[in-house]
Design a protein around this ligand. Structure first.
Ligand SMILES: Nc1ncnc2c1ncn2[C@@H]1O[C@H](COP(=O)(O)OP(=O)(O)O)[C@@H](O)[C@H]1O
Ligand SMILES: [Mg+2]
Length: 275
């Protein structure tokens, strides 16, 4: 396993309830994992623990066989990168080029080597013609693509997106999601995405559901779609067709004899998303 989280607990204040409470999960190299759950369920806290912005009170996090500690947190940050929700909070440079350069500088890339790296990653996110633009003048989707270029230039193995598309309009959302899927497929990059987007959940390899600091479900998307209770708990509405399929099954209509049940539900789910 590329990431192994074991019995991790985190409290922001000693006398407060755990933000993350005895959480364990594994993530496979090259996989796409979505983390879903209500606001305040501990998703961002997990993300911050994974990149070493917070330190667990209890439990261990192992990334590529390295135990995450205060001493090796800088080393771990070469492996794992994060993009946050608000694109405006991630810019330091006065141009897109400066901004990507800033991250490289922090990773000790010599100034003379920077330009080709910057250009490669600007091209990957389709922002080449904006390199000399001010980041503040870009659209939300463009800003997040630049933020992604900035972290990818550091060549991480794992990319975490903490609701990275939440503040974007539908067009910006699509631009960023298409990019993330492309990176995942072409570069085999491990993706961990905290999201409310059910379409993203649907194409993930692994779905983790959080509730009040704990994991209430960890499995693949077709499994979760059959667990109406988990879906209702997290208020993701189950599409009508999935409800129908579940009802048919409850009434003893053997849909599993006609086809693999998971497959039917998956098909119905896909159909619902396309409507
Ligand atoms: N900086 C903070 N200081 C104190 N409590 C916090 C802080 N950030 C988050 N929390 C609390 O920790 C819990 C989990 O929050 P968070 O991880 O941000 O959830 P999510 O990302 O799922 O919305 C919540 O109860 C939240 O109020
Ligand atoms: Mg959050």
């Amino acid at each position: 396993m590329q990431i192994s989280v074991k019995n991790v607990t985190y409290r922001y204040f000693e006398d407060q309830k755990e933000a993350v409470n005895d959480v364990s999960f594994d993530i496979e190299k090259g996989s796409y994992t979505t983390i879903i759950g209500h606001n305040g369920s501990g998703k961002s806290t997990i993300a911050k623990l994974l990149v070493g912005l917070l330190e667990a009170n209890e439990g261990t996090i192992t990334i590529e066989d390295k135990l995450l500690t205060e001493e090796n947190v800088t080393e771990i940050r070469d492996i794992i990168a994060i993009v946050f929700q608000n694109p405006d909070n991630q810019f330091i440079g006065s141009t897109v080029r400066d901004d990507i350069a800033f991250g490289l500088e922090n990773h000790s890339v010599a100034p003379k080597d920077m330009d080709p790296i910057i250009e490669t990653f600007a091209e990957l996110v389709d922002m080449t013609s904006f390199l000399n633009h001010e980041p503040t003048k870009l659209s939300g989707g463009q800003k997040q693509r630049v933020a992604i270029a900035g972290v990818l230039a550091m060549k991480p193995d794992i990319l975490i997106l903490d609701e990275a598309t939440a503040m974007l309009d539908p067009k910006g959302k699509k631009e960023v999601m298409d990019l993330v899927r492309k990176i995942h497929q072409d570069e085999k990059m491990t993706i961990i995405s905290i999201t409310h987007d059910i379409e993203e959940v649907n194409f993930s390899d692994q779905v983790i559901v959080m509730n009040e600091g704990q994991i209430t479900f960890n499995g693949n998307p077709s499994e979760i779609l059959t667990q109406q209770k988990v879906l209702t708990d997290i208020q993701l509405d189950v599409p009508f067709s999935v409800k129908l399929a579940t009802k048919l099954k409850d009434k003893g209509i053997p849909i599993e004899n006609m086809l693999d049940e998971g497959k039917i539900i998956n098909e119905l789910w896909q159909y619902n998303l396309k409507k």
